[in-house]
Design a protein around this ligand. Structure first.
Ligand code: PMV
Length: 311
C-alpha cells in the first residue's frame, strides 16, 4: 500500500489551449501558486484489474485510463486499485485534476519503485493534466517553454500570500478543460491574441513575484484571468463558467481594492472565486466574501508544499 498527497494549484497566469502535438503540451506559459488547505490523498494497492475510486465512488475515468496507458507504454505499471479522496469539491474549478494527477504520479513512482526525479514525475503528471505538472511543487511554480516542464519559481517562504476561496456552487462543470480548450482554439476570434500576449503577461508576473510587488501582480493576474474568460465566452458555442455570485464576488473584490485592501481575484474553469491577498487582509477579505449572497462557504489557504509520500 502506498499513500501520496498533493495540493491543487491556481494559476495567476493561466494556461488555456494546447499545442497541436502529442504529449499534452500547453500553448501558453503559466505561473501558479500551490494551496495548502486543499488536499488530495491517493492510496494505491495492487489489484487484478485497474479500479479507480474517487471520494468513495467507483468511476470510469477516461483521463485516468489514458494516463495509465501512456505510462505503461514506457514503464511497467501493474494493475492498480486507486483510491482518491479530495477534501474539496471535485471537478468544480478547484483544480482537482491538478492535485489528482500529481498525487497519482507520486504514489505510482513510490509504489513501483521507479526512482523518478521530481522533474520526470512532473513531466508525466503533465500528460494527465497539464496543470498537474505544477502541483508537483510547492510555492510559486512556472510551466514554460522550451521544455514545457514545471519548475519552482519561488519557494513558499519567498512571499507569504493567502488565498480566500469563495465556493459559489458544488456542482461539477458541464464542459471539461480538454473539450473547452479545443472549442476555444477552434472558434474564438481572440484565441491568436491570447497565445501571442501570454509570454509578456508571464514575464510581468514573474518580475512582480521576484519584487514582491502586489499591485503589479494583481494587475497582470486579473488581466490574464479575464483574457482567458473572454476567449471562453467568445467560443462557439459559448463557454461560460461563471454564475451571478461569481460576478458579485468580482465586484466585491473591486470594492475592497477601492477601499485600500490589497486583494485580487482569479477564476478557473468553474464558478469559484479565489481571492489572493496579503496576510493582514485575510479576515477582512473572508468577511466580505462570506456576506455576499450566494456564497456557500469560504476557505482560507496559505501557500502549500510539494506533492509527497505519506507514511
Ligand atoms: O490542466 P487542466 O486540463 O485541468 O487545465 C487547467 C486550466 C485552468 O485551470 C483554467 C488554468 C490553469 O492554468 O490551471
Amino acid at each position: 500500500m502506498t499513500k501520496a498527497l498533493a495540493h491543487p494549484n491556481i494559476a495567476l497566469i493561466k494556461y488555456w489551449g494546447k499545442q497541436d502535438k502529442l504529449g499534452n503540451f500547453p500553448a501558453t506559459p503559466s505561473l501558479s501558486i500551490t494551496l495548502d488547505g486543499l488536499v488530495t490523498e491517493t492510496v494505491l494497492t495492487d489489484g487484478s484489474t485497474d479500479r479507480f475510486v474517487i471520494n468513495g465512488k467507483e468511476q470510469d475515468d477516461p483521463k485516468v485510463a489514458g494516463f495509465l496507458g501512456a505510462l505503461r507504454a514506457s514503464l511497467s505499471v501493474p494493475p492498480l486499485e486507486i483510491e482518491t479522496v479530495n477534501n474539496f469539491p471535485t471537478g468544480a474549478g478547484l483544480a482537482s485534476s491538478a492535485s489528482g494527477f500529481a498525487a497519482l504520479m507520486t504514489a505510482i513512482n513510490a509504489h513501483c519503485q521507479f526512482g523518478l526525479s521530481t522533474e520526470m514525475m512532473s513531466d508525466w503528471a503533465r500528460q494527465g493534466s497539464a496543470s498537474a505538472a505544477r502541483s508537483m511543487y510547492g510555492g510559486f511554480v512556472s510551466l514554460v517553454p522550451p521544455l514545457w516542464r514545471a519548475y519552482p519559481a519561488a519557494n513558499v517562504d519567498h512571499w507569504p500570500l493567502n488565498v480566500v476561496i469563495a465556493i459559489t456552487s458544488e456542482e461539477k462543470k458541464d464542459v471539461g478543460s480538454t473539450e473547452g480548450m479545443r472549442r476555444t482554439a477552434a472558434t474564438s476570434p481572440f484565441y491568436p491574441a491570447w497565445v501571442k500576449d501570454a509570454p509578456e503577461d508571464y514575464a510581468t508576473a514573474s518580475e512582480a513575484i521576484a519584487q514582491r510587488d502586489f499591485a503589479a501582480l494583481a494587475g497582470v493576474a486579473e488581466l490574464s484571468c479575464l483574457k482567458m474568460h473572454s476567449i471562453m465566452l467568445t467560443s462557439v458555442p459559448t463557454l461560460s463558467y461563471w454564475n451571478p455570485t461569481t460576478l458579485s464576488c468580482m465586484d466585491g473584490v473591486r470594492d475592497m481594492r477601492r477601499n485600500g485592501i490589497a486583494a485580487f481575484f482569479t477564476i478557473d474553469a468553474g464558478p469559484q472565486v479565489k481571492v489572493v491577498c496579503l496576510p493582514d487582509s485575510v479576515e477582512q477579505v473572508q468577511a466580505t466574501l462570506r456576506d455576499i449572497p450566494g456564497v456557500l462557504t469560504t476557505k482560507v489557504c496559505a501557500l502549500g508544499g510539494n506533492a509527497r509520500i505519506l507514511d
